[in-house]
Design a protein around this ligand. Sequence first.
Ligand SMILES: NC(=O)c1ccc[n+]([C@@H]2O[C@H](COP(=O)([O-])OP(=O)(O)OC[C@H]3O[C@@H](n4cnc5c(N)ncnc54)[C@H](O)[C@@H]3O)[C@@H](O)[C@H]2O)c1
Length: 329
Amino acid sequence: MIDIALIGFGYWGPNVARNIHANPNLNLHTICDIKQARLEKAKSIYIAQTCYETDYKKLFENDEIQAIAIAVETNGHYHLVKEALLAGKHVYVEKPFTSTVKEAKELETLAKELNLIIHVDHIMIFHPIIQKIKYLMDNGELGDILFIDAMRMNLGQIKKDVSAMWDLAVHDLSIIDFLMDGKEPFYINSVGEKYYNPKESLCFLTMRYEGFISHIQSSWISPLKERKLIVAGAKKMVVFDDMKISEKLMVYDKGVNVISGDNIEYADYVVKTRDGDVWMPYVPQQDALYNSINHFRECIESNKQSISNPRQAIRLLKILETADKNMNK
Ligand SMILES: NC(=O)c1ccc[n+]([C@@H]2O[C@H](COP(=O)([O-])OP(=O)(O)OC[C@H]3O[C@@H](n4cnc5c(N)ncnc54)[C@H](O)[C@@H]3O)[C@@H](O)[C@H]2O)c1
């Protein structure tokens, strides 16, 4: 049993708490929030099984606690992760990992020196549908990947410390990173607008990778909630629509065939679209956040790196920093 304390019980923290609590091999030792009202809310759920604290430093001084989960605003991640590591605790931290690549690299080095685990909650790579898409890709079902198109939009929740791209596109970037085995783009560009906010509340990110291109749309000012991903291969294409109640993952046996050969003149090659079956693969019902937290637990128990480690986070942060630099240029 691993004793774990959670810092941050705002919007997302309760989901982290619920999934720690649901794990039979984790003990939700303490919930910490600077806001007493948030702690009262936590107490009404977990009552006496868990301790409650407003001062996070008390968690770092407590030898019973082996791991810290951090679900505070992004600009609070760096100093909390650093202090937790220096206190000898393993760290689970929400996405995006840090506000800069520099901070992320420093924490990566520190965790290595102290032989501690940092697990960044890139939740989507623990989603059973993303794992299914990866399985299909690794088995050659989709063929060569042509493009990956992702869309995450809703009305709100507008955040002040990060842009919609840092808040939302980071999910899609983690998916691409996972599906394409850590491949990095050689071209990154973005356009965005700071509607109602000091940071961009609407962004379009475009990237070129060796062999494929990608477009990611992130918005807090959309009339509709959309969570959609298209992975288009030369053989088959998949669509993951997370807003659907059922039939979230569909595989389309559609594509384009180029017919050429000895008997066809160079200028007369034939391009034919191919329209085939559409099928819905079986995907087990699993909670991605539960899987993410459970993976963190397994990493602590077996002293191995998380698949969602600082190196992966740094690849994503590098894209976000470059996209910020190139924004609207
Ligand atoms: N994985 C996901 O799908 C997902 C979804 C939503 C949010 N998140 C991430 O979760 C994190 C939190 O987001 P949120 O929307 O819950 O933010 P929030 O502002 O609603 O909640 C943050 C909470 O942390 C508390 N807090 C801040 N600093 C603290 C400190 N030093 N000590 C104790 N408590 C402190 C605040 O009082 C607040 O209650 C962000 O990094 C966000 O990107 C992840």
